[in-house]
Design a protein around this ligand. Structure first.
Ligand code: UDP
Ligand code: MG
Length: 315
């Protein structure tokens, strides 16, 4: 393909301490992309790796400068920011995201492209025979369930990063300037005609998952708070119910106080008043939370990451 033809396909790969996987990834990914027969580019974001990942990426850029671009972050900003930085620079009109650990085989990329060719603007992969720990699998199911109830995002497998998007969706994601975001969900909210395909899943080729238990919780908290105010609203509703309940209790205690006289030396009356005031305070906190939440939604734009260096061939 001539260097003048426009880039048709961009593959975006976040890299954090993947020195053991990168050589195999290069060896498997490039032949697949070469065989598709479209002009492509691969954008790697080195997300502040502490191992030799950046040296390996630089070597790969030297070996295939025409199709390889490397963004080097100064520190670790997380997988989604790494993808975001690449999205801001993509040249292709179809964009594919892929993990560096080979859990989603690069050989599945053509499958996604078929769906794009069939007219879909967003193609999500879902993992067939998922190869993760028992705990991860069940945690995922629970999270999928909560997400479906609290946001209007319907995704079979939110954790699968092998996905393809058309350029307008990526442009919308970039314009949204989202921070702490969950890219597949954000993309879904912009998609007009999404599709899902089953993709193979393998065990991590080498190394260990970069997600600890706590970072998974944080990611999913981001997902829910980033896409809905449901937690706040549930809280407010719950406090509202408590208020109604304790108001009824106060009425009942007042009735007994007046018609039956003081019981347990007025302790019940005191409790009644206390519960009522407490639930009023809870509703108040919930309401403040609502406003803080809404404010938070509009003020999130701030410097999200810092790029140390970019290796690429200028167009
Ligand atoms: N990753 C990253 N920054 C991070 C954590 C992960 O760029 O802070 C990359 C990592 O190199 C891999 C992808 O994101 O390409 C998925 O990470 P991992 O395999 O650890 O997640 P899991 O498959 O366990 O969900
Ligand atoms: Mg992985």
């Amino acid at each position: 393909m001539s260097a003048e033809s426009p880039v048709r396909l961009s593959v975006v790969i976040p890299v954090y301490n993947e020195e053991l996987n990168l050589p195999t990834l290069f060896a498997r990914l490039y032949p697949v992309l070469d065989s598709i027969g479209r002009r492509y580019e691969v954008i790697f974001t080195n997300d502040g790796s502490q191992d030799r990942s950046i040296e390996l990426l630089k070597a790969q850029h030297a070996a295939r400068p025409d199709v390889t671009r490397v963004i080097d972050f100064n520190a670790n900003y997380g997988q989604h920011m790494a993808i975001m930085a690449a999205f801001e620079r993509v040249r292709g009109d179809v964009i594919v995201t892929l993990d560096a650990d080979l859990q989603n085989p690069p050989e599945e990329i053509p499958k996604l492209l078929e769906q794009i060719a069939a007219g879909h603007d967003y193609v999500g992969g879902y993992r067939l025979n998922r190869r993760d720990s028992f705990f991860r699998k069940y945690a995922s199911r629970l999270i999928n369930f909560v997400r479906e109830r609290t946001t209007s995002i319907e995704m079979r497998d939110q954790g699968c990063m092998l996905r393809a998007y058309t350029r307008p969706i990526i442009d919308a994601i970039v314009r949204s300037g989202a921070i702490n975001t969950f890219i597949p969900a954000l993309a879904y909210s912009f998609a007009g005609n999404p599709a899902e395909v089953g993709v193979k899943h393998e065990e991590r080729h080498a190394g260990v998952s970069n997600y600890s238990f706590f970072s998974l919780i944080r990611l999913n908290f981001d997902l829910i708070t980033g896409f809905s105010l449901a937690p706040l609203q549930y809280f407010t509703m719950f406090s509202g119910l408590c208020s109604v309940g304790s108001f009824l209790l106060v009425l009942y205690l007042a009735y007994r106080r007046i018609f039956l006289g003081a019981e347990a030396e007025g302790i019940f009356t005191l409790f009644g008043i206390l519960f009522f005031l407490l639930s009023v305070a809870m509703v108040g906190i919930g309401l403040i939370g609502e406003y803080v939440g809404r404010t938070y939604q509009v003020v999130r734009a701030r410097q999200r990451y810092f790029v140390k260096e970019i290796l690429e061939t200028k167009e």
